[in-house]
Design a protein around this ligand. Structure first.
Ligand code: NFS
Length: 646
């Protein structure tokens, strides 16, 4: 079943060809897992202690408590809370590493890195209270790096990005609810402690902890990761590139970089442009070296350097199964163990680089900042030397590769929406208030064989833009929409409703804006905050006509993202529910009661068209509450009868 939902032609081509050769992929393994454990899906299996695992009978005839006495409410909420802490930890640990790189630049102990956005370095340093006058870049990098790392260990509620940036009303709500995060690490540790056996048992109290730890991620860890990445690797600007497996080349050395940290991907790109290495590649009978990205590290080097994207999460094995990849270099997060098996069918070498993420059966080359460029060159040389081992008779490179524009940020949207001489959010707010644009929707997150394998993002975005909702995107959802041409202004504008079309044509932007990787969801928080500051469409985040969705969410990181948006006052739609359905109380609390608590709430809807209309209805309710003008152009639509392929 799950394979049938896949619509991407390039992926289907590889899958069909390799299936006939007996090669296994994530879809086969997912199918082999069916039917999946009902207790697990409902979130009523508890493995927190060694009296368990215990499970609650969802039909009410068997046990309704674990051995310790834990109810379905406790078990479901506790598990969700712990998963959210893991997601927050992932983003935030990534941010911490970037802080260390900043310090290493300050100390001059790096190779291959510099400050590419000294202007932003000064802005952020000043925000952190550092005196910037008459200081060199490396002095500021050292000071800012140290200040940034302090955010992780703070014990009080003085986290800088939160207290300086979040709208006042949200801060008041967080204080009242006692969910204003303290240090980023502290929140993760406390959440782990709270979810230990015999600790927090009240689902409402547990969800308080869920929100606090997620806020420490969104307004803390992820926001730091975004800002420091901009300083180190350059603030993105709108840039053209291409996406899908067709970016791989028959006659070049193909290197895929997969994972999340721009510290690795950026220096690999730099090394691949070394004339000596290009010469070496040509000596092997190739025309040169192609570097392409996968998952969020792809987004990092796409938005800053225009590097092509080979694909999203579900394409990691498929890219290897083209038979045309000399090496796949990986670091952390979303790296599936299945890539080692996929590589075993071909000459492809998989190289792991992070001490935090080791993969059995693949080569490991330790990647450190002090010899980053040398290591990157060494990796590229391995790829070049591996090219003669490519069996050209086995290669299948799909032709699909789509043009796209990426590289929008909360800062540069100012310029695009305001025009060259009017850098402000005013035109956006005005066009929302006057009914040309209905509102703004974030469409983000993973692609998942459980759902549409990416296609539900495409159907969702098409329905939203048709109904005059401006879309902002990150992560694998952005890559999926890029592959379908939704990030190409020339084609996508024509799919937008009349009002949105007018605005996009006037300023030359696509109706769906690519804002970067998953940590860059923090850019959406900032953009929403700027909309509040500009005025006229809501005095706080929970009043704005906005909504978010991660229909195909897969990772715990997506739960952290969803929760920090809900805690910040937004509606967030997941396709399939978090594993809480076994507790009616928890389910109702997060999907209904939450709106009276933070102003945000969860919804779960698998059908992308119905999900779009949940979001549109929510936006319309916000518009009505704000007494905004009626929509200038109404769009007729049919909820039933749409398929994700449409
Ligand atoms: Ni986000 Fe990026 Fe993709 Fe999902 Fe994984 S790559 S951090 S978690 S799968 S969107």
């Amino acid at each position: 079943m799950s394979r049938e939902k896949l619509k991407d032609k390039a992926s289907i081509k590889i899958l069909e060809a390799r299936k006939s050769e007996g090669m296994e992929t994530i879809w086969d393994r997912y199918e082999a897992q069916q039917p999946q454990c009902g207790f697990g899906l409902l979130g009523i299996c508890c493995r927190m202690c060694n009296m368990g695992p215990c499970r609650i009978d969802p039909f009410g005839t068997g046990p309704q408590k674990g051995a310790c006495g834990a109810t379905a409410d406790t078990i479901a909420a506790r598990d969700m809370t712990r998963q959210t802490a893991a997601g927050s930890a992932s983003h935030s640990d990534h941010a911490r590493d970037l802080g260390h790189t900043l310090i290493a630049i300050g100390k001059g102990t790096v190779q291959g890195y510099s400050i590419r956005d000294p202007y932003k370095l000064r802005i952020i340093a000043a925000e952190y209270g550092i005196k910037v006058e008459n200081k060199k870049d490396n002095e500021l990098a050292l000071e800012l790096g140290e200040r940034v790392l302090q955010e992780f260990g703070k014990q009080d509620d003085s986290q800088l990005t939160l207290s300086k940036r979040a709208p006042k009303r949200q801060q008041e709500i967080w204080k009242k609810l006692d969910i204003f995060p303290r240090g980023i690490d502290r929140e993760v540790v406390e959440t782990l402690a709270r979810t230990h056996e015999g600790m927090d048992q009240d689902y409402k109290n547990l969800i308080q902890s869920t929100m606090r730890v997620s806020l420490a991620d969104g307004w803390g860890g992820s926001m730091i990761a975004t800002e420091v990445s901009d300083i180190l690797f350059g603030s993105p600007k709108p840039i053209r590139a291409r996406a899908n497996l067709g970016v791989l080349k028959e006659d070049e050395v193909n290197i895929i970089i997969h994972g999340h940290e721009p510290t690795l991907s950026d220096v690999i790109v730099t090394a691949s442009q070394d004339p000596e290495l290009i010469k070496l590649a040509k000596e092997k009978g190739t025309k040169g070296i192609t570097v392409a990205g996968l998952c969020c590290t792809a987004n990092e080097i796409l938005v800053r350097r225009g590097i092509p994207v080979a694909g999203n999460f579900l394409q990691q094995e498929l890219s290897i199964l083209t038979g045309a990849v000399e090496i796949m270099v990986v670091d952390i997060q979303c790296v599936s163990p299945g890539i080692a098996q996929a590589a075993s069918h071909f000459h492809t070498k998989v190289i792991s680089t992070s001490a935090k993420a080791s993969i059995p059966g693949v080569e490991h080359i330790d990647f450190r900042e002090d010899n980053a460029l040398d290591t990157a060159k060494k990796i590229i040389k391995i790829a070049i030397d591996n090219y003669p081992n490519r069996d050209k008779t086995k290669v299948i490179i799909p032709k699909e590769a789509m043009d796209l524009v990426a590289g929008f940020t909360a800062e540069n949207i100012f310029y695009h929406l305001g025009g060259k001489f009017r850098a402000s959010y005013k035109p956006l707010n005005e066009n929302i208030a006057n009914g040309r644009i209905r509102g703004v929707a974030g469409v983000v997150g993973c692609d998942n064989p459980r759902m549409g394998s990416g296609s539900s993002h495409v159907a969702l975005v098409k329905e939203l833009i048709k109904n005059n909702v401006l879309v902002v995107q990150t992560g694998c959802a952005a890559i999926e929409c890029a592959k379908e041409g939704l990030l190409t202004p020339e084609t996508a504008i024509e799919m937008a409703g009349e009002g949105l079309k007018e605005v996009c044509k006037a300023v030359g932007i696509p109706p769906a804006l690519h804002l970067g990787s998953c940590v860059d969801n923090s850019r959406i928080l900032i953009a929403c905050t700027e909309m509040v500051k500009e005025g006229g469409i809501g005095k706080s985040l929970d009043e704005l006509p906005v909504a978010g969705a991660a229909l195909e969410w897969m990772a715990e990181k997506a739960m952290a993202i969803g929760w920090y948006f809900v805690a910040s006052g937004a509606l967030v739609v997941f396709g399939t529910p978090m594993r809480i359905s076994g507790s009616q109380a928890v389910y109702d609390y997060v999907t209904k009661d939450m709106e009276n608590i933070t102003g945000g709430k969860w919804a779960f809807e698998e059908d992308p068209i119905k999900a779009a209309h949940l979001m549109i209805d929510h936006i319309d309710r916000k518009r009505k509450a704000l007494k905004l003008a009626p929509m200038m152009y109404t769009q007729s639509y049919t909820v039933t009868g749409h398929l994700p392929s449409e």
